[in-house]
Design a protein around this ligand. Sequence first.
Ligand SMILES: [Zn+2]
Length: 522
Amino acid sequence: MAVVEIYDTTLRDGSQGEGVSFSAEDKVKIALRLDKMGFHFVEGGWPGSNPKDMAFFQRIKNYRLSCARIAAFGSTRKPGVPVQEDANIRCLLAAGVSTATIFGKSWDLHVTRALGTTLEENLAMIEDTVGYLKSRGLMVIYDAEHFFDGFKANAEYALATLKAAVRGGADRVVLCDTNGGSLPEEIAAIVRRVRDELPTALGIHCHNDCELAVANSLAAVQAGVTHVQGTINGYGERCGNANLCSIIPNLTFKYGYETIPRSSLAQLTELSRYVSELANLHPNTHQPYVGASAFAHKGGVHVSAILKDPRTYEHIDPALVGNRRRVLVSELSGLSNLLYKLKELNFNLDASQEDTRRFLEEIKELENQGYVFEGAEGSFELLLRRAYHNYRPPFKLESLRVIIELKENSPVYSEAIIKMTVGDEVVHTAAEGNGPVNALDNALRKALEIFYPDIRRMQLTDYKVRVLDEKDGTGAVVRVLIETGDGERSWGTVGVSTNIIEASWQALADSIAYGLLKNNEK
Ligand SMILES: [Zn+2]
């Protein structure tokens, strides 16, 4: 099986994406994770460009990596400056890495217009820089910036730049579609041309401006490159880089190449979410392979087929990439979705059909009122348990009151007072908060903490309010969706009412009740 090297540039190119920001510590964590999963290269940053990247290289030296080579990124020397005196190259050497990735210009337009030097000097800059770093004992990867655009404008010169890198001793020559405007057929044809001319192992680096970065990378591999650069979740400048979360499974499962170990592929979904967490970006639920919706089934016809054989509507087994099948309950749902859900939750399928149909009617009625269970699997399961099992709620509300005080020249005051029964005991608590829902959350936790210390680990991670029938103005029905996590898993719950406090209470109470239920099952 042919091997394709995976080169991750999430920490450098990926961090140039809008809204993406990693601390030096985050970068270390991600690099260690990629190393553990068997990525061949991890590009840590551009030591010449900012101190944060330099801090990363200082810290990563304290770890022994098992697989990945850490690469530092930098440009060729400046025109007219001896390479050993170039400030950027000095920073790169100071980073103390064993691998340098050097980018240089391939497009004559960029050389004369952007760089303002001669075509000959640019060739010397490439050869000098690569040669100097080789003489210092580094592995050198040469990134040919704008290679495909350059080749289309002036093929002879673009090839001459690659040959300069080869003369310098480059270990890999990486062809970049920097502006992301090339098509898969062009990429394949140009890679083949280069293949015929160059002895060195080739790589590909694509951007996603035409949403073709993954397709272009795959086309390049089919045409002969053995090294693929990209980022986790496709983060990067403008529309992003080539998404390794799609490229790796495509290369492995569709083309049969060897990339990272199969056991690591089963951690791909987790990796994708981990990186989005550290980048502080919401995971893209519709992302192929690793998104929460990638194997989610909603239509009744689909679900009934999936129940018979998952291959009917799934291109691979989700477990291969660490994802899972989900069956959504919604107004589209038929009996099959419900039966699937029941089975998944270990409910006795022998329950009489009559019961099942009645429960389905109940869900449809709730959906008419504005409930959605797609993002609220916690509330759905509680509903199911209330209907089918002799479920014992962990607490019962007697009454609640929320007080809000607005006074001129002083901050708004919110307080919640709750009376509940827990087992045989009646608890009465009050708590303040920075708003009414926060006060409610605080009071609920305060009341339950002594009975269920586990709730300290449960954190509200997202709170969304949606007005359902806007034409009714302030009298409209609102839906509250809450996401709660305990560090291991996260779950969604829902509440609906014309009163935002009541809707919030329903979702909050469900979130705690569901968390406690799952803790008991452990
Ligand atoms: Zn790039």
